[in-house]
Design a protein around this ligand. Structure first.
Ligand SMILES: Nc1ncnc2c1ncn2[C@@H]1O[C@H](COP(=O)(O)OP(=O)(O)O)[C@@H](O)[C@H]1O
Ligand SMILES: [Mg+2]
Length: 144
């Protein structure tokens, strides 16, 4: 990164339709973000994994493929952290009811790992549930 302080003047926003095809746009979108914010390869690959999972959840569980609903992505940086927001228009869910994918009975399941992976890879995650939808805010430390 040239200078993390420079990144405070940049922000990125994108609106995705609630279609499986939108998932194909995630990787090119993150490449754009990588270039814009001068991110290193490791952070880029971490974004590919976590943002793909978050957009997947927003389209499938949040918006339930409703074509009238959208997924909004916003990226900004405060000089120390890259802050990625993935927002859907769904009715949310109960975080307390998520099961650990590490429980013996869940080990062989192919679903139920997205949020676990997002939490492991990002430096901090926040969920906001409002009348307008669900917001997932991912924080990633930037190198000095
Ligand atoms: N944006 C969202 N809106 C509504 N429910 C969600 C959202 N993200 C996750 N969930 C709920 O949390 C569960 C776990 O998500 P995840 O760990 O990604 O596993 P999976 O998507 O494979 O079910 C989902 O099955 C769903 O019930
Ligand atoms: Mg998922």
């Amino acid at each position: 990164m040239t200078n993390n302080k420079d990144c405070r003047s940049i922000s990125f926003s994108r609106k995705l339709s609630s279609d499986r095809k939108s998932l194909r746009n995630v990787e090119p979108m993150l490449k754009e973000i990588k270039e814009m914010f001068s991110l290193n390869e490791e952070l880029y690959y971490n974004l590919v994994i976590t943002v793909t999972e978050a957009v997947n959840n927003a389209i499938i569980h949040g918006n339930k493929f409703d074509e009238k609903k959208f997924v909004n992505i916003h990226v900004e940086c405060n000089g120390k952290l890259l802050i990625v927001t993935v927002k859907d228009e769904g009715s949310g869910f109960d975080l307390g009811k998520l099961e650990s994918p590490l429980l013996p009975e869940n080990l062989l399941k192919e679903s139920g790992r997205g949020i676990f992976i997002i939490r492991k890879i990002s430096d901090k995650v926040e969920f906001k549930f409002t009348d307008e939808g669900t917001e997932l805010i991912l924080y990633f430390k930037l190198n000095e």
